[in-house]
Design a protein around this ligand. Structure first.
Ligand SMILES: [Zn+2]
Length: 720
C-alpha cells in the first residue's frame, strides 16, 4: 500500500484567502500568533544534513493543531498572490507558482502523517477529528476558487493552441482536469453544496478509521500455558512480551491485527480459540456498538453519490475511473469477473484437499473460515512438503533488507549506507535511516527511513510514504522516503524471522520507495500516482525476492548461516500457486464489493444486508471471507485513496506478471542490464509525467496481456 500525502493535492488546491480571514480583527491577533509560530517545530524549515531533515525528535503534540491551521493560512495566502496578479495568466505565473506553494503545510504534514499512522494516541485522534473538517474546507477553498480556476483554464486553453513542453503540458492537463473533476466548474449554489458534502465526508472518514483502530486495540485474546498448541517459539515469546506490556504478565496475547491473527489461525491447534480470534478480527467495525461502521458507510456512499451527481456523473465509479488506466467500471468488472470464476473453482478444489486431511486426521469437522489457514498449512506440508516455519528460519529481516539494497544496486545503481548515529532525528528508537547515493557518481539521492515493528498506536499493515519528494523546477529537492511495517519486535537478542508472504510485502513496500527515489520529474504534480498503476512498480519488485542472486546470498539460516537448501527453494517455487484460490478469492471479493457498493443505489442502503446478498449472488464460497470486510475496509472508507480503486492491485498485477515474464525470458534474466535500464527509464523514473499506457508500451513494445497473470496463479488461461 502506498500513502500519498494529500499535500500534493493541496498543492493543486491552493486556496484563496477569503477577505474575511484577512479582516482587521484577525490581523490584531497576528503578532501574538506569529510569536507562537516562530517556535512551532512543525512549521520550522528543516535544517541539518542532507538538505535538511524533519526534527522528529522535537515533536510536541500540543503545537500540532496550530501548525496545521497556520500552514493552511500560509498556503491560502500564496494562492491569493496568484489570483490577485494583474498580469495575464501564464504557465510561469500561475502553474509554476502553484507548484511552489504549500511548502509550509508540506512540512507540517510530514509530521502529521507520523502522528496519525505511526504514533497515534487518543490525543492525536481528537486533533484529527477536529482538523478533518477544517482541512476539507481548506481544500474546497482552493479547488473551488473561481479566480484561480479561470487562470488555470486560460493557461490550459492557450496550451491547446500553443502546446508547451511535454512535461509542462502534462502538469497543465492534470491540474485543469483535477479542478474540473473536483467541482471548479459548478455554479455558486452547487459549489457550496459540494464543499458541504466534502466536509461531512472528511469527518465520516475519520470516525470510520478511529472505530477500526478502537476495535483493533480493544479485542485482545489472552492465552494461558495450556492453549499454546501448534504455535512457534517465536510467536509464543512475542505473545508473552505483548501480554506483559499490557499488564497481563504470565499469559500470552493474540492482538487483533493481521500480523498476530494470521499466524495464530495458521498454526494454533485450539479450534475454539481460532474461532474467537477470527471472529474478533473480522468483526472489526461490525459489533453493533458505538464503534460500528455500517451506518457510517451508508452515509459515505450516499454523500459520494450526491457529490458526483452535482458534476453530472451517474455514479462514483464512473467519475473516479475516468483518469485511471482502466478508464471505466466496465473494463474493471470484465477483468475481475474473468479471474473470479477461475478463482472460486480453485477454492472448491482446495476445500476438498483440506477436508481430506481433516478426515484422515480423524478431526470430525467441516471446514469453516477459521479452519482455512490451519488446514491449508497441513495440505501445504503434505502436498508440497513445505513447512512455513522451516522457510522462516531462512528469512531474517536484516538479511532481507540487505537483499533489497543489493537489488536496488543492480537495477538502480543505488548504494545504501547507514547514516552516522545521531545525525538524523527519528521519531522512535527502532526507526533506522540510510543514505541513498548513486554508486558511480556518488550523487546524493535521498534518505530511507525504516520503521519495522508493530506498536500500540501504529496502524496495521505495511506502507510506504515520503516526507519530501523529488523535483527540480525550483532547485533540486532530494527524497526522504520511508517504509513502515508491523513485524513483531523480537525479544532482545533474537533474530526477526518472517514468513515468505511478509518478506514479499517487505520487498513490495521497498518497490514504492524505489519509485520515489528514482523520480526524474521536474514538477511536484508529476510525482502523483495513477492509482491502478502505482501498485505495479511495487508488485514487480516483489519478484526479485525469489531470484537466485538473492536466495544464495541472503536467504541463510539464522543460526547456522547456511544457504537455504535448493530443495526447499524448489518447493517454495512449486508451491507458489498453492492456495491461490484462497488468496485470489479473498482479495477479489473485496475488490468486487468496492465496485458494487459504489455502483449500487445508495438511497436506502443497508450495508450489512448488501454485503451478504452481494456475496451470495457472486457464489462466494462459504469457507472464507473477504480480505477486508466492508465495516473495516479502510482502503475505501477511511478516505478516498482506494475507493473504487482496490481493483488496482489486480489491474497492476496484470502488468506485473506480463513484465516479469519479459524479465524471466531476457538473456540475463531478472538482472538483464538492458531490461533494467528500460525498467528505470520508462516504468519508474517518469512517475506520472507520461500516460501509463504509453509508458508501458515504450517498455514492452505492446500493451499488457492477462495470460501471464493466469499462468502465475495456476489458473487456466481463458481462450480468446
Ligand atoms: Zn503497495
Amino acid at each position: 500500500m502506498v500513502k500519498q500525502n494529500f499535500i500534493k493535492l493541496s498543492k493543486l488546491f491552493s486556496l484563496v484567502v477569503l477577505m474575511a480571514f484577512m479582516s482587521c480583527k484577525q490581523e490584531d491577533n497576528k503578532s501574538e500568533n506569529e510569536k507562537i509560530m516562530s517556535t512551532n517545530v512543525f512549521l520550522e524549515e528543516w535544517t541539518g544534513p542532507y538538505d535538511g531533515v524533519p526534527a522528529f525528535d522535537k515533536m510536541n503534540i500540543s503545537e500540532l493543531k496550530a501548525a496545521v491551521e497556520k500552514g493552511m493560512k500560509l498556503n491560502l495566502a500564496e494562492i491569493e498572490v496568484i489570483t490577485s496578479n494583474k498580469e495575464a495568466p501564464t504557465f510561469e505565473n500561475t502553474i509554476v507558482t502553484m507548484e511552489r506553494s504549500g511548502s509550509d503545510l508540506d512540512r507540517v504534514f510530514a509530521y502529521y502523517g507520523i502522528l496519525r499512522s505511526n504514533l497515534s494516541t487518543p490525543e492525536v485522534r481528537k486533533i484529527q477529528e477536529e482538523l478533518a473538517p477544517e482541512l476539507s474546507e481548506f481544500n474546497s477553498k482552493i479547488s473551488q476558487n473561481e479566480k484561480l480556476f479561470q487562470r488555470i483554464r486560460t493557461v490550459y486553453e492557450n496550451s491547446l493552441k500553443t502546446p508547451l513542453e511535454a512535461d509542462q503540458q502534462r502538469v497543465v492537463d492534470l491540474t485543469y482536469k483535477s479542478f474540473a473533476m473536483n467541482g471548479a466548474e459548478l455554479d455558486d449554489v452547487k459549489k457550496k453544496e459540494y464543499a458541504k458534502i466534502n466536509k461531512e465526508l472528511s469527518s465520516l472518514y475519520t470516525t470510520f478509521s478511529n472505530n477500526v483502530l478502537h476495535d483493533e486495540e480493544n479485542y485482545v485474546t489472552y492465552l494461558n500455558e495450556d492453549q499454546l498448541g501448534g504455535l512457534s517459539d517465536s510467536f509464543i515469546k512475542s505473545a508473552a512480551k505483548i501480554a506483559t506490556d499490557k499488564d497481563h504478565k504470565g499469559s500470552y496475547a493474540v492482538t487483533n491485527s493481521r500480523s498476530s491473527m494470521d499466524p495464530f489461525l495458521t498454526y494454533s491447534t485450539e479450534r475454539e480459540l481460532r474461532k474467537k480470534v477470527w471472529t474478533n478480527y473480522y468483526s472489526r467495525g461490525d459489533n453493533n456498538d458505538t464503534y460500528d461502521n455500517k451506518e457510517n458507510i451508508a452515509k459515505i456512499l450516499k454523500r459520494r453519490r450526491e457529490r458526483v451527481e452535482l458534476l453530472g456523473y451517474k455514479n462514483y465509479a464512473e467519475w473516479r475511473l475516468q483518469d485511471r488506466m482502466a478508464k471505466n467500471p466496465e473494463n474493471v468488472m470484465k477483468l475481475l469477473n474473468t479471474v473470479w470464476s477461475a478463482s472460486i473453482e480453485r477454492v472448491k478444489e482446495e476445500v476438498v484437499d483440506m477436508q481430506a486431511v481433516a478426515d484422515a486426521n480423524g478431526d470430525k469437522i467441516t471446514i469453516e473460515p477459521w479452519d482455512y489457514r490451519y488446514y491449508a498449512e497441513k495440505v501445504r506440508k503434505k502436498k508440497y512438503d513445505l513447512d512455513s516455519e522451516e522457510v522462516k528460519q531462512y528469512l531474517q529481516l536484516d538479511k532481507l533488507r540487505e537483499a533489497m539494497f543489493y537489488v536496488a544496486g543492480r537495477l538502480f545503481n543505488y548504494d545504501f549506507k547507514p547514516v552516522p548515529a545521531g545525525t538524523v532525528p527519528v521519531f522512535q528508537e527502532d526507526v533506522k535511516v540510510w543514505e541513498v547515493t548513486d554508486k558511480d557518481s556518488g550523487e546524493h539521492i535521498g534518505l530511507w527511513y525504516l520503521d519495522p515493528y508493530a506498536r500500540t498506536g501504529k496502524r496495521s499493515g505495511a506502507w510506504a510514504t515520503t516526507y519530501r519528494s523529488h523535483s527540480t523546477f525550483d532547485g533540486k529537492k532530494t527524497v526522504l522516503a520511508s517504509n513502515n511495517s508491523n513485524f513483531v519486535k523480537p525479544a532482545p537478542g533474537e533474530a526477526v524471522l518472517v514468513s515468505w508472504d511478509d518478506a514479499t510485502t517487505f520487498f513490495h513496500e521497498f518497490g514504492h520507495a524505489l519509485h520515489f527515489f528514482s523520480s526524474s520529474v521536474k514538477y511536484p504534480t508529476l510525482n502523483g500516482g495513477v492509482r491502478d498503476y502505482t501498485e505495479f512498480q511495487s508488485q514487480l519488485l516483489e519478484r526479485w525476492l525469489s531470484t537466485d542472486e538473492v536466495i544464495t546470498q541472503f536467504l541463510v539460516h539464522y543460526k547456522t548461516g547456511k544457504v537455504i537448501p535448493k530443495g526447499l527453494v524448489d518447493k517454495i517455487k512449486k508451491a507458489s500457486t498453492f492456495n491461490q484460490g484462497f488468496a485470489t478469492t479473498e482479495y477479489l471479493a473485496s475488490a468486487i464489493m468496492d465496485m458494487k457498493l459504489h455502483l449500487a443505489d445508495p438511497s436506502s442502503l443497508d450495508v450489512g444486508k448488501f454485503e451478504k446478498e452481494t456475496l451470495k449472488a457472486m457464489d462466494m464460497p462459504k469457507e472464507l471471507v473477504m480480505r477486508h470486510r466492508t465495516p473495516q475496509f479502510g482502503h475505501v472508507f477511511s478516505g478516498e485513496g482506494y475507493a473504487t480503486a482496490y481493483y488496482g492491485y489486480m489491474w497492476a498485477d496484470v502488468l506485473t506478471a506480463d513484465a516479469a515474464e519479459a524479465f524471466k525470458n531476457a538473456p540475463d534474466g531478472f538482472y538483464d542490464k538492458e531490461m533494467a535500464d528500460k525498467l528505470v527509464k520508462y516504468l519508474f523514473a517518469p512517475r506520472n509525467s507520461m500516460d501509463p499506457v504509453d509508458a508501458y508500451r515504450k517498455f514492452m513494445g505492446r500493451d499488457a496481456k492477462m495470460e501471464a497473470l493466469m499462468r502465475d496463479r495456476g489458473f487456466p488461461v481463458p481462450s480468446k
